[in-house]
Design a protein around this ligand. Sequence first.
Ligand code: HAM
Length: 437
Amino acid sequence: MSTLKAVRGTRDMLPPETALWNRIEATARDVFARYNFGEIRTPVFEDTALFARGVGEETDIVSKEMYTWEDRARAQSEKTQTLTLRPENTAGVVRAYIEHQLGETGQLQKLYYIGPQFRRERPQKGRYRQFSQIGAEVIGPPSAGSESPLRDAEVLEMLATLLDELGIKGWTLELNSVGSPTDRARYNDALRAALVPVVSQMCADCQRRAVTNPLRVLDCKVPADQPIIETLPVIADSLDEESKKHFAAVTTALDAAGVPYTRNHRLVRGLDYYTRTTFEFTHGGLGAQNALLGGGRYDGLSEAIGGPKAPGIGFAMGEDRLVLTLQAQEAAAPQVPQKVDAFIAPLGDAKDEIKLAQMNAAALVLARELRHAGLWIELGEGSFRLKKSFDVADRTARQIVILGEDELQSGILTVKNFSTGVQTKVPRAELAVFLSN
Ligand code: HAM
């Protein structure tokens, strides 16, 4: 029988790597709490129409990358539906905002999420078919201040703080404005006109995009096309006064807060819902997939999926890419693996099954006592020879506690500290305090 393996583009996360994932998530939750964000959990699959309308039919995500299936009706009361594993979470959050009438509160909603997303992309380093995003959205009625450029600046300043607290070194914030839908229509016309004389020299994808969605030409990575793209008009020249003022207010606040950024005129992002501010934080160590996170403003998304006016801004970080970046940094400056406080080594008589079981049970009781006192404990096995217990303990723990017949009766345990080599007799009542030092 052929062996079964994880599906292409998906991975198992094992210890100790999962500890790094947990550390990243704990830091993110801590930072989100300080900025007064609450957690939202939306389903992993949604009605396909949500993504078609929200993210946009013409985008790569919707046209090529979604995991979509016909979900058969199980009862008369149900209809066969087309469902999709979420390729991103902004559309789901906005759907939930509308469904639960969160706009009725009149307040800004500040929501964060952590969870898996699915895209059928070509797998490579930093790009998977199941990946995890840590994201957040700030959304609300205009009367709650949801359109204010201060919201954009606050989200970007929070991201700079989060990346710094995660210990990510050398990130770059790339910033742009894609303007209002009218600005973008004007820019699309300008692009189309500028592409006419040059498009025949460009790649097949660009030739198609020049007709369907000229903005996407700016995402082209084909080296031969780059000199042509450099000559195309930039979107900044198509922005109206309002969009220009909004962008200037974002950069003024970022300058005041000391958050560094560079303007990238080509940053138009691969999802159709963006308006005005768009951004990515990139990292040189990631190679081709260099975006640690991406986001922007989406002032018309709620209306596009049938909701009230609810401007918003948000981002999603690729958690897999955060892990890769931190692992690369840690490989350069390796950390000492963390060891548990103590290893309990019961000394049983391997030939006497009853005594062995009693000694193992006594060790479990001692481990339980110490764990309840807050210590990190690894539990040995009474049938091991003493030398084997020492070898295992030395690899996993700072100290070893020997528990034999004598120790059990006298209540005085022998503790050896591996780094000092010192052996000490400790009364059971004082053991937890002794081991924690
Ligand atoms: P996105 O740029 O499509 O935006 O994805 C955000 C981040 O998710 C990327 O910068 C990258 O780090 C990570 N990512 C995307 N695809 C993959 C993949 N196949 N493998 C590993 N990581 C990946 C969004 O998803 C928007 N919903 C962000 C947003 C929130 N905009 C406003 N609010």
